[in-house]
Design a protein around this ligand. Structure first.
Ligand code: ADP
Ligand code: MG
Length: 858
């Protein structure tokens, strides 16, 4: 026998925190007012917003303190909304999720009479969310349902899968217990109240069902009253004489930390009708208990749970895969909560009041849990959510801290009396919308190839078609039958011709008895063979199924390996791509690096060049500095010398001036003496050189014309006579005053045959024809100028000598570095030292033809 596989419980272990989350979907449904003349305080202003107006009486009481308030929801359903419209929006996605192995929680919330039960259950012809959900589920999975008892709930919130033989045995047991099997049609006749809940036109179906799976639906129905859990499907005999209070159930946590009601009845149902029958049974029980135990029905929460177990078909597509790890279980809880109004409104007393307090307490806990959850999620706090404070919240804990889709329909009665309660309901609804629940993830699919069921069905169809072609299955071969009959002892003739014949009948009886014995023997033999055959077949089957399982295991392993390989391949591809991009990046980076390095090299070269140039410049500068220093020292020395020289020159000039004046005085004296001599004295004093002046010369000439004329009439001036002193053979008196400075010049007047005197005397003059005076004076540029003042010596009538100045040669020394010195225009560039020898006429204003210059470069 095959070991039973166990289904997974709805929630899986805790997930990392980066999972996707969805807010709780909160919808609002406004029911129509009871009477047309009633005051309405709720208005739907858009498809997602409603507005609450304070009723007139309340406004008056609170001095108009109440204002209109607006509340937003995922969607608002107005009074005209039909049940099917609501179902399409609210519950249909939850059924689709359920079929996709995802859990859902749907609850209605609101004050008593606001339409919670109407919304959840509905009324005949106006089925609510619950019957429609069941209908859609069975419409979708109908043809793919497993046989009864193939899936079997364990006692620990899981579902096991049984092999076919066990399932068959259980089915037979059940059939034996139910002496009169009930059919859905008989049920419908029995409960006309729930007949035609759903109009067949409005049947919904989900098309995305995996056909290669087998499905089973289990329902359970509990009621939570006064914080006690009661199983509404429990088959406890109810004693109307001495009613025993129903036993409450406890909550347990399964191995995956999911909460479940321990020992709660889970009924496997195969159709909408059957499921509804079960629901209706629970409803009846609830009603009876409420009446018998004097309970307030609006104060209890009812939880109808639809569990869907699914497992894939094996590779042949014929049977369910006997692999516990492949069984998936998802559940949808449909909760009709108790009225949310406060106790005072129900005017309850005594134990009723206490109970009502507990009911309120559970809704309070629900509110608190939502608040804490929201705070934790929005502010990142980690406050403990008090799920355990009430059974309702404890039971649904896994939806909020695990995963699932949670939806709430807030029912509103727009009548004025409910206004204040409705306000509280709205606040709770608004807050709940901000709570987020982890989005359920898709379950992994099994590794088997899809389309198995269809292939198997096609195979079966083909087989039966072929059999039919052959004339159908053979029930009995007439030849074999004849042979069998022939092998029996032949019947004796049994014609009775004589009434006294007492042999025929006993003979016949004997033969018949023999035949009977043979038949019995043959039956025994047949039974034995059949048993043997059965045993062999069973063995064969078990071998076959174990082989099949091994095969399946291998296949699933293969599938897993394939998956791993595919994953690794994609990973490799991804890594290859990544490495390519990285290589490309490296390439670019290398190129960039090369570029930068080149730049660096050229910059370094440039730097080196500049450094070299700098060094050179520095060296140059040092050299320059040294040179400049040398020059400064030179210049300083020169200037010192120069200053000295100038001081001496000035002294000389002054002396010269003094001397010239003396000379003039002497000449004047001599002239005076000579005049005196000519007029009265015998001797004429020799003429002394004087400052040449045309005017004076004229005067002198005029004066002289009155006086005895000189011996020679030759004009004393020879303007064109520019012969060098060395040209002729004249004798010269070279008058060099003692005050003259020795200038160390290269150009020195050298006059051969000259009588050198420091003061002219008559004796020297008498011996010579030419006279030259070396006269030094300070020029305008501060240089010492040496003037060679030349003249002819002639004899005066008085027997003396007179000198007639005819020519002046100027010798001038220049300092090339002297800053004050200005170059004459047209002069050559460069600070060349120049000795100028200027020939000037003796008279400053004399004809310019005497301005002939001779310049020599050193
Ligand atoms: P609750 O369960 O919230 O106490 P019920 O569902 O029992 O309220 O509704 C009270 C009454 O109002 C019922 O008779 C129900 O038929 C009616 N009712 C509620 N909602 C609607 C609706 N949307 N349209 C028509 N009737 C409604
Ligand atoms: Mg109700």
């Amino acid at each position: 026998m095959q070991r039973a596989g166990k289904g997974r419980t709805p929630r899986r272990p805790k997930k990392p925190s980066n999972i996707e989350k969805d807010p709780v979907g909160v919808y609002c449904r406004i029911r129509p007012l009871g009477g047309e003349d009633e005051e309405c305080c709720v208005e739907m202003i858009s498809s997602s917003t409603i507005q609450l107006h304070a009723p007139d009486g309340l406004k008056a009481n609170r001095n108009g303190e109440y204002k209109e308030t607006q509340y937003c929801f995922k969607k608002v359903f107005g009074i005209k909304t039909t049940q099917i419209e609501l179902f399409e929006d609210v519950a249909k996605p939850l059924i689709e999720d359920l079929i996709h192995c995802k859990n859902g929680l749907l609850f209605t919330y609101g004050v008593t009479g606001s339409g919670k039960t109407y919304t959840m259950t509905g009324s005949p012809g106006e089925g609510g969310l619950l019957p429609r959900s069941l209908d859609m589920l069975f419409n979708s999975i109908g043809p793919f349902q497993a046989k009864r008892f193939v899936f079997k709930p364990d006692e620990k919130n899981g579902i096991e899968v049984q092999n076919q033989v066990d399932a068959l045995l259980e089915r037979q047991k059940r059939d034996n217990q139910q002496s009169v099997p009930r059919t859905p049609s008989s049920r419908q006749r029995a409960d006309p109240e729930f007949a035609d809940m759903i109009n067949p036109d409005q049947a919904c179906k989900f098309e995305g069902v995996d056909e290669d799976c087998c499905y089973s639906v289990f329902v359970s129905y509990i009621e939570i009253y006064n914080n006690y859990i009661y199983d509404l499907l429990e088959d406890a005999p109810f004693d109307p004489v001495r009613p025993k209070p129903p036993q409450s159930k406890i909550l347990r946590e399964d191995q995956n930390h999911n909460m479940y009601v321990a020992g709660c009845t889970e009924v496997e149902v195969k159709s909408t009708e059957e499921a509804f029958e079960v629901f209706w049974k629970g409803q009846k029980k609830r009603r009876i208990a409420n009446t018998e135990l004097n309970r307030e029905s609006s104060r209890s929460h009812s939880v109808f749970t639809v569990k869907l177990a699914q497992a894939p078909l094996d590779a042949d597509g014929d049977h369910i895969l006997q692999d516990k790890s492949q069984v998936n279980v998802s559940q949808l809880c449909l909760v009709d909560l108790a009225g949310s109004e406060r106790t005072s409104r129900t005017r309850a007393e005594g134990s009723r009041l206490r109970e009502a307090g507990n009911i309120n307490q559970s809704l309070m806990t629900l509110r608190t849990c939502m608040e804490v959850l929201r705070e934790n999620q929005m502010c990142g706090t980690n406050r403990m959510v008090p799920y355990r404070d009430s059974k309702v919240t404890h039971l649904f804990k896994n939806y909020f801290d695990g995963e699932g889709k949670v939806r709430m329909v807030v029912c509103v009665n727009p009548k004025a009396e409910d206004y204040e309660e409705t306000l509280l309901v709205m606040r709770f609804a608004e807050m709940t919308q901000e709570v987020e629940v982890a989005r359920p993830v898709d379950r992994p699919i099994c590794g088997l190839t899809p389309g198995r069921r269809q292939r198997n069905q096609a195979f079966k169809d083909e087989l039966s078609r072929r059999l039919e072609e052959r004339g159908g299955p053979v029930n009995g071969d007439p030849i074999q039958l004849n042979q069998l009959i022939e092998s029996l002892p032949p019947l004796p003739p049994c014609e009775l011709s004589d009434p006294s014949d007492d042999q025929t009948l006993p003979r016949l009886m004997e033969v018949l008895e023999r035949r009977y014995r043979i038949r019995q023997k043959m039956t025994e033999q047949f039974n034995q063979t059949a048993n043997n055959m059965k045993y062999t077949l069973q063995q064969f089957e078990s071998q076959f199924s174990s082989k099949e399982n091994v095969l399946h295991d291998q296949r699933s392993k293969l599938g897993e390996k394939d998956k791993v390989i595919a994953n690794q391949r994609t990973e490799i591809e991804r890594l290859e791509k990544k490495s390519k991009t990285l290589e490309y990046k490296i390439d670019i980076l290398q190129k960039t690096t090369e570029m930068y390095e080149q730049d660096k090299r050229s910059l370094q070269q440039e730097l080196e060049g500049r450094e070299q140039r700098l060094q050179k410049e520095l060296a140059e500068r040092r050299r320059m500095e040294q040179r400049m220093q040398g020059m400064v020292t030179d210049t300083k020395l020169k200037w010192e010398r120069e200053c000295e020289r100038r001081v001496n020159a000035k002294q000389l000039e002054l002396q010269n001036k003094l001397w010239v004046k003396d000379e003039k005085l002497k000449q004047l004296k001599a002239i005076v003496t000579e005049n005196g001599g000519a007029s009265g004295g015998p001797a004429e004093p020799p003429r002394k050189p004087e400052r040449p002046s045309r005017e004076r010369d004229r005067n002198i000439v005029e004066k002289r014309s009155a006086s005895p004329t000189p011996l020679s009439t030759v004009p004393p001036v020879h303007p064109m006579h520019r012969r060098s002193h060395s040209a002729g053979g004249e004798k010269w008196v070279d008058h060099k005053p003692a005050s003259n400075l020795d200038l160390d010049t290269v150009m020195q007047p050298i006059i051969p045959n000259a009588i050198k005197v420091s003061t002219p005397n008559e004796k020297a003059l008498s011996k010579c024809h030419k006279y030259v005076l070396r006269h030094q004076e300070l020029a305008s540029d501060g240089e010492i100028e040496t003037k060679l003042i030349k003249g002819n010596v002639f004899k005066t009538r008085g027997g003396g000598q007179a000198v007639e100045f005819t020519d002046i040669e100027t010798l001038k020394q220049e300092d090339p570095t002297a800053p004050s010195r200005k170059r004459r225009s047209g002069s050559r560039e460069g600070p060349a030292q120049t000795d100028d020898i200027e020939n000037r006429p003796p008279v400053a204003n004399i004809s310019s033809s005497h301005g002939y210059q001779k310049r020599r470069r050193p």
